[in-house]
Ligand binder design. Structure first.
Ligand code: KG4
Ligand code: ZN
Length: 395
């Protein structure tokens, strides 16, 4: 079975083609990536310090056809002939792209003709995410569905992040998933494929957002996560005897670390970062070394909270596997700290992370969630008209 998967929920336009073959030893079977492309808008959003929805929409509309052509070429699918639409199809697409007229023009001009048996399914992220960005992908998937007569499967972006560590590896359920990204901080109990229950979440800001805000206050560019990680790792790798501690005590809070539930809160940490940096600046202490120290203290604070909450979640829910996904799961220190703490608690629990390029938004994880849906015979039988962007879709 071949799947074309599309992801446009935030600031990455991502498309891939997967081929899945059943394998009884692997819960998602054997998956081959026949083509894969991600066009990131991160540098364009950098000047706003975060993702700017109308800019995201415009960029998705501009990039989605070229990204598809790139992926088709990688998969060895001929893209030389331009598409030939019937009058009816043209009318249908004109209506479909009512709010994306620029995409309609690009589609008519540049969309290649492809064999309708090139794929079996189209998988599309319908939520959660930024509505204007999601709609570009949703309408594009519907257009392909109309033109090539293929079924479209709506996918939850968070299910993609949950399954992202399983591209080449089997996993045993039940599992706990820790989803840490720019928009989410959640703990999900996964009884099996397609059977998910949220058991903890942030009550305010997401962890990635907190990384990005802290980075901005430190004068680092967006996205700030990798920048802070670099500084923090530099500090940790400095031998203790060579470390120059700031002359005033700096300790950030670990919000909700002792609360009895599995929820998180990062807004207090963000405020504390703001005031502490202000104080350091007032005293003229915010030099490069202090910034490095500060990044490490920040990373330690969020790591302490994540580790504590995951151990609590494991204590309360006997599981076999921990799946960690989302952009922040690329963070090596968080990774090592979670693995170590969970191994110390119970060495039989397997902790799994996606590869670096699968931790941030991509289409492969969306295709994998599609394969999961198909493998459990999940047939929503949705009419094309019923497939809509759901900015706040809860798993
Ligand atoms: O999953 P993702 O690509 O997009 C969302 O769905 O939000 O996550 C992006 C977030 C950003 O906040 C970025 O700063 C953070 O992931 N991030 C990191 C690292 N790499 C990306 N945070 C900490 N350490 C990293 N190495
Ligand atoms: Zn994401």
């Amino acid at each position: 079975m071949k799947i074309l998967a599309i992801e446009t929920s935030c600031d990455e336009t991502a498309i891939c083609i997967l081929e899945a073959k059943p394998n009884p030893k692997n819960i998602l079977g054997n998956i081959a990536v026949l083509g894969n492309s991600v066009s990131s808008q991160a540098s364009l959003h950098a000047e706003f310090g975060g993702v700017y929805p109308s800019l995201a929409k415009r960029e998705h509309a501009k990039n989605i056809v070229p990204v598809l052509i790139d992926v088709l070429n990688q998969a060895g699918i001929n893209t030389e002939n331009k598409i030939n639409l019937t009058n009816n199809q043209q009318a249908e697409l004109l209506k479909l792209f009512e709010h994306e007229p620029e995409l309609y023009e690009i589609f008519i001009k540049h969309m290649p003709q492809i064999q309708s048996d090139s794929f079996d399914y189209i998988c599309i992220t319908t939520g959660p995410g930024l509505a204007p960005a999601l709609w570009v992908g949703v309408n594009f998937a519907k257009a392909l569905s109309i033109v090539f007569g293929l079924p479209t499967i709506p996918i939850n972006h968070m299910e993609g992040h949950i399954l992202s560590p399983l591209l080449a590896t089997n996993a045993n359920f039940p599992a706990l998933a820790l989803l840490i990204s720019g928009g989410h901080t959640e703990i999900i109990y996964a009884e099996g494929l397609g059977n998910y229950k949220k058991i903890g979440q942030t009550l305010d800001d997401a962890i990635g957002e907190t990384y990005d805000k802290t980075a901005r206050l430190l004068g680092l560019p967006y996205p700030g996560g990798p920048q802070i990680a670099k500084l923090a790792s530099h500090w940790r790798n400095t031998p203790p005897e060579s470390r120059q501690m700031p002359p005033i005590e700096v300790e950030l809070p670990r919000p909700m670390i002792h609360s009895n539930d599995l929820n998180f809160s990062f807004s207090g940490l963000k405020t504390s970062v703001l005031y502490t940096l202000k104080k350091l600046e007032e005293f003229g202490l915010l030099d490069e070394t202090v910034k490095t120290f500060f990044a490490a203290e920040f990373e330690q604070a969020v790591t302490d909270v994540l580790v504590k909450k995951m151990l609590k979640a494991i204590e309360q829910n006997p599981i076999k596997t921990v799946l960690v996904g989302g952009g922040v799961s690329a963070n090596n220190y968080i990774k090592e700290s979670l693995v170590e703490a969970i191994k110390n608690y119970d060495e039989n629990i397997v902790v799994m992370f996606p590869d670096q390029e699968m931790s941030t938004d991509n289409a492969i994880m969306i295709g994998m969630a599609g394969i999961a849906k198909i493998s459990i015979n999940f047939n929503e039988n949705k009419k094309l008209g019923d497939i809509v962007a759901q900015a706040n879709w809860e798993l």
